[in-house]
Structure formats: C-alpha cells, structure tokens
Ligand binder design. Structure first.
Ligand code: HEC
Length: 149
C-alpha cells in the first residue's frame, strides 16, 4: 500500500482532491462570514416587511401577539408560547422546510424567500418583552458561534 501511494499519479489525484476540498471550504467560509443574517437584527423596515408576510401567511393559523391561534394545533408565538426557546436560524429553517416532529404546517420553501421568513420571525420577536428578546437573541448568537459562523 505504501509503495502504491508513492506512485506519482496517486499523488496527483490526492492533490486535486485536496484542491477541491480547499475550494469547498472557501465557499463554505465565505457563506458563513455573512454575519448579518443571524441572529436576526430587529430593524423597523424588517419588522414592517414581516408584519405583511406574517399577516398574509401565518396569522390564519397562529394568531398574533393578542389573538390566540385560530388553528388549535398551531402554537402561539406570543411570550407565553415556546417559539422564543428556539434560535433564529432554526426557526427560519423550520418554517421553510418543516418542524421536527411536526407535519401540520405547510413548508414555505418555494413560496417565501429566506429573507421573507427572517422578516416574519423579526415581527414575531416584537410579540415578546425586551428581556425575552435579549435572552433569545443571546441564544441565537451562541448557536451561530457553535456552528462556527
Ligand atoms: C396551516 C396552518 C399554519 C400556517 C399557515 C403556518 N403555521 Fe406555523 N405551525 C403550524 C402548526 C400546526 C405547527 C406545529 C408543528 C407542525 O405540526 O408542523 C406550526 C409550527 C410553527 C413553528 C414552530 C413552533 C414554535 O413556534 O416554536 C414556527 C416557528 C412557525 N410555525 C412559524 C410559522 C410562520 C412564520 C408562518 C408563516 C410564514 C407559519 N408558521 C404558518 C401551523 C401553521
């Protein structure tokens, strides 16, 4: 085996594999270095967009900060629910691709963009009092760190 690995063509093959791996790494790192998406920063314009997205796509099942969920199986996103126990990136992924162990909520991938879902989550955050927003944002930042972003 060691003889074989000294064959120049095998070295060349390894080098090209390394080059591909290095390229993939650079692409991944540059995608992650966009530190502006998560945790989601609450700006007036994002919240305004989110109010519209939420009103058109989410409120029918979930209600809002004051209206209890019209669909009994849909959790409230208000402060007495558990949405704020989860990190921003996961909330967005769940809305796009489905909630783990869920199945009743439609997937929004193809209907809403990631930024529209980020806006809807930003709007949901305004349902919570400041200490909860701060705690959930810290948790979301911690999660990004764990992912190495
Ligand atoms: C047809 C009803 C329906 C619509 C429309 C809907 N949801 Fe849901 N949603 C649910 C149900 C039911 C669950 C519980 C998990 C499951 O069964 O999929 C859920 C779960 C969730 C969760 C995870 C639970 C939590 O809060 O921690 C989030 C976040 C969420 N929805 C956000 C949204 C957002 C944002 C929209 C709009 C873009 C939306 N949902 C639209 C029914 C709906």
């Amino acid at each position: 085996m060691s003889q074989l690995s000294h064959h120049p063509r095998i070295h060349l093959l390894r080098l090209s594999q390394l080059a591909i791996a290095a390229t993939a790494l650079v692409i991944t790192v540059s995608a992650c270095s966009d530190g502006t998406k998560y945790p989601i920063k609450l700006t007036d314009s994002l919240v305004d967009d989110g109010r519209v997205v939420y009103g058109a796509n989410c409120a029918v099942c979930h209600g809002d900060s004051t209206v209890r969920p019209p669909l009994p199986d849909a959790p409230t996103h208000a402060a007495d629910g558990h949405t704020w126990h989860h990190q921003d990136r996961l909330l967005v992924e769940w809305v796009l691709y489905g909630v783990p162990m869920g199945g009743l909520m439609p997937n929004f991938v193809g209907t809403l963009s990631e930024n529209e879902v980020r806006a809807a989550i930003a709007y949901i955050k305004t349902f919570w009092p400041d200490p909860i927003i701060e705690q959930q944002t810290r948790g979301s930042a911690e999660y990004e760190k764990q992912l190495g972003h």
